[in-house]
Design a protein around this ligand. Structure first.
Ligand SMILES: NC(=O)c1ccc[n+]([C@@H]2O[C@H](COP(=O)([O-])OP(=O)(O)OC[C@H]3O[C@@H](n4cnc5c(N)ncnc54)[C@H](OP(=O)(O)O)[C@@H]3O)[C@@H](O)[C@H]2O)c1
Length: 277
């Protein structure tokens, strides 16, 4: 039986990803930052799918020590890992910092998947064929890696900080794919579509009512949003495919700045130092 780990399984796309993977009969483990919400989600998914092999681990992705504890707990409980889906993400309205004093987009959207993936790589390599799926965003196209102000301390713009973190995640995906060549572990990134989850709605609530009305008509469902994650984690059609970017279950061309190997290498070094690897 296959085992999957999904971050941010308590709402939105992540919850739906857990549900769809549970329907395949797999063991599905998700992270929840709040134990009560984790418990309620677990119960609902088991009721909805009939799959009792659904579990959660408490993990605050805005804390390196919590991520480390979560990875340790996962390794203690599960002998293999067929798919890791780095799904959780944030788009804070104001500049915020993680428990480790890192700007929150950078911490949760980039450094958390960077650390969790690296901690679980030995297990993934022992579980081959295994897959890593990184949920990025089409907004990465607006991103630049600003090494002079990586944490937006000098100036903060919510979309710029988010775009930078999602670009960083694709740079990580491509570099990791090269490092993992020939190991049987693949890693791909995706844009899930634009979905009316809490992350989106917090911005919609700030729009003028007419713009909000028309924007809401373009939104797709969390079910559709989760499909590309599930496809990349499970479908035989993408067996062996690695280092790519997908939209709507199709390979797509990410922004040119995702091919900047010098930036990818420098960012990796900065990230490894920050997370203490
Ligand atoms: N929605 C879109 O249109 C869209 C578009 C492009 C990309 N994405 C990406 O898709 C992914 C899922 O987003 P979504 O739309 O489903 O958002 P969402 O409904 O807001 O869900 C985000 C998930 O991440 C979890 N999370 C946030 N901060 C966390 C932390 N510090 N520690 C642990 N878990 C944390 C949340 O936990 P709680 O339940 O406790 O809040 C929740 O489970 C994100 O990476 C997002 O950037 C979304």
């Amino acid at each position: 039986m296959k085992t999957f780990l999904i971050t941010g399984g308590t709402s939105g796309i992540g919850r739906e990803t857990v549900r769809q993977l549970a329907l395949t009969g797999a063991t599905v483990v998700f992270t929840a930052r709040d134990a009560d919400k984790g418990e309620a989600t677990k119960k609902d998914i088991i009721d909805e799918t009939g799959n009792k092999a659904v579990e959660y681990l408490v993990c605050d992705l805005a804390s390196f020590s919590s991520i480390r504890a979560c990875a340790e707990e996962f390794k203690k409980r599960y002998a293999h890992l067929d798919g890791l889906i780095n799904n959780a993400g944030v788009l804070p309205q104001e500049r915020q910092e993680s428990k480790d004093g890192i700007e929150l987009n950078l911490a949760v959207n980039y450094l958390a998947p960077f650390l969790l993936t690296n901690l679980l790589l030995p297990l993934l390599k022992r579980s081959v064929p295994a897959r890593i799926v990184n949920v990025s965003s089409s907004l990465h196209t607006e991103g630049q890696i600003d090494f002079a102000d990586l944490q937006s301390e000098k100036s903060f713009d919510k979309y710029r900080a988010y775009a930078q973190s999602k670009l960083a995640l694709i740079l990580f995906t491509k570099k990791l794919a090269k490092e993992l060549a020939g190991t049987g572990v693949t890693v791909n990134a995706l844009h899930p579509g634009v979905i009316g989850t809490e992350m989106t709605m917090q911005n919609v609530r700030k729009m003028n009512p007419i713009a909000a009305f028309f924007f809401k008509r373009t939104l797709i469902s969390p079910k559709q949003g989760a499909e590309t994650s599930v496809y990349l984690a499970t479908d035989p059609a993408v067996e062996g495919v690695t280092g790519e970017y997908f939209i709507g279950k199709k390979e797509a061309e990410p922004a040119p700045q995702t091919s900047d190997a010098a930036t990818a290498n420098r960012l990796w070094e900065v990230a490894a130092k920050r997370v203490g690897l």
